[in-house]
Write a protein that binds this ligand. Structure first.
Ligand code: PLP
Ligand code: COI
Length: 450
């Protein structure tokens, strides 16, 4: 049984690729060939065999062998037996390694129809993801292959699971007005991930490898990019200490994953304005911590407080600095801007705030549009009383207008609860550049397909 060799590959249907073995044995969970296929991300396996003079095929799902059942063999001459032997077999192997999304498609065929009209910020499994694993401080492979989107095997002692040694990024691919595909400032995400990696003892991914992985994931999942104006393909690069370790030290292996999922608005009511509340109980990041990088450990502490705030009708919490509990820092996973006397203010990057790429873009965009921008000082919570408008920025959040902020029980309403023209102007400009409606004088748009 250990010698069971997979000889042939078939594509029975665009949704199913299976390996075929002539005269073989039924799937056995301990079979090394099955393990090998599973590692390759294979979904299913077809075995030919003959019992009592009759040809059978064993159709097995590698992710669930209990589902294995016997089905009558397909005729050897059948058109569905796309691959047989020799060079054709090689071609079949190439298909499997180059287009893993075909395999994955089989697993998710029930979700083939994506409701692009009702997207929220949720997870839709897509076809392919990027996966690369190295020894810590090793060299990331220049071209690790894509694998089907799916679960990953990981040591229970992995640094990321036990000690939170991991970071993520967030980016979007947009379908542009003329049908192209565009990324927004992807190299800035690559650089931010490098800074995070250094802080967290992970092996930084070179910019070009990061970009190549992101591009390939987007193109492999092209069918999941929402039509123009209906959302975006959210891309999630993930760098983790995946090797097992007991001491509190960098894990011996690192894994870099890039997956993607179609998303709609991050904040419900994001376009009409959201209500926020200042947290007096919790902080996001202490000085000297990891607030200025996208470490995974920054996010779990905000989950329960955010749920509690949502139960009270707020979209998110605003966190103040952990030292003096006075200065505005961030609104959950978004940076904050305040408009006063027609000028823009955003908290300085004091070391506890994530240097948002949308934040930086809004600063540049606002300056180019003639607004004065103050981004080098801390902003006291007291200043909100004289604000004309507040908005938050992020890849997921885009530019979300804030119509009210509740501070110590006092609800401050901005611009009578209406969206301020400065905010709609910046929103229109930023999304216009991102979605290709407006020319990009900044060199931010990275076209993947014209
Ligand atoms: N702040 C935090 C804590 C975040 O997680 C994010 C999201 O990435 C942002 C701000 C906004 O950053 P960016 O505009 O780069 O998405
Ligand atoms: C992003 O805006 O990309 C984020 O990372 C937000 C995320 C935490 C949902």
């Amino acid at each position: 049984m250990a010698n069971l060799l997979v000889r042939n590959v078939e594509i029975h249907h665009p949704r199913f690729i299976g390996f075929r073995k002539m005269a073989g044995l039924g799937p056995n969970p301990d079979n090394p060939a099955i393990h090998a296929l599973r590692r390759k991300g294979m979904l299913g396996v077809y075995y030919d065999f003959n019992r009592g003079g009759q040809d059978f095929i064993v159709k097995g799902r590698l992710d669930d062998l209990s589902d294995t059942r016997l089905v009558p063999s397909l005729s050897r001459d059948s058109a569905v037996q796309a691959f047989v032997d020799g060079p054709v077999l090689q071609r079949a192997h190439n298909v499997l390694t180059e287009t893993p999304q075909l395999i994955a498609r089989a697993r998710y065929y029930n979700t083939d129809k994506i409701d692009f009209d009702n997207l929220s910020f949720g997870l839709t499994p897509t076809d392919a993801m990027f996966f690369a694993e190295i020894k810590a401080n090793g060299q990331w492979p220049a071209a690790a292959s894509l694998v089907p989107f799916g679960n990953i095997p990981i040591s229970p002692a992995a640094g990321v699971l036990n000690y939170g040694q991991g970071l993520f990024e967030g980016m979007k691919a947009y379908r542009t007005e003329n049908g192209g595909i565009a990324l927004f400032r992807p190299l800035d995400n690559a650089r931010r991930a490098q800074n995070g990696a250094k802080r967290l003892g992970l092996t930084p991914v070179q910019e070009e490898i990061f970009l190549d992985a992101v591009e390939r994931v987007v193109l492999a999942n092209e069918r999941f990019i929402p039509p123009y104006g209906k959302g975006a393909l959210y891309i999630r690069p993930l760098l983790i200490g995946s090797g097992g370790i007991m001491g509190v030290a960098p894990a011996p292996e690192n894994t870099f994953i890039v997956f993607a999922t179609p998303v709609g608005p991050y904040f419900k009511g994001g376009l009409t304005g959201i209500s926020l509340k200042i947290s007096d109980e919790h902080h996001r990041a202490p000085a000297g911590g990891i607030g200025n990088v996208k470490g995974i450990g920054n996010y779990a502490p905000g989950m329960v407080p955010a749920q509690e705030a949502k139960a009270l009708g707020f979209a998110e919490l605003i966190y103040l600095d952990a030292q003096k509990h006075t200065y505005l820092e961030e609104a959950g996973a978004a940076n904050i801007f305040v408009v006063m006397n027609g000028e823009l203010y955003t908290p300085a990057l004091s070391g506890t705030i994530l240097p948002g790429i949308t934040r930086d873009s809004v600063i540049e965009l606002a300056k180019a549009r003639g607004y004065r921008v103050h981004d080098k000082q801390r902003l006291s919570r007291e200043l909100l009383a004289s604000a004309e408008a507040v908005f938050v920025t992020g890849t997921a959040a885009v530019i979300a207008p804030v119509t009210s902020i509740t501070d110590r029980g006092n609800k401050i309403i901005f611009n009578d609860g209406r969206i301020h023209p400065i905010v709609s102007d910046l929103h229109l400009e930023l999304t216009g550049i991102q979605e290709g409606r407006i020319a990009d004088p900044f060199g931010w748009v990275h076209a993947l397909k014209a």
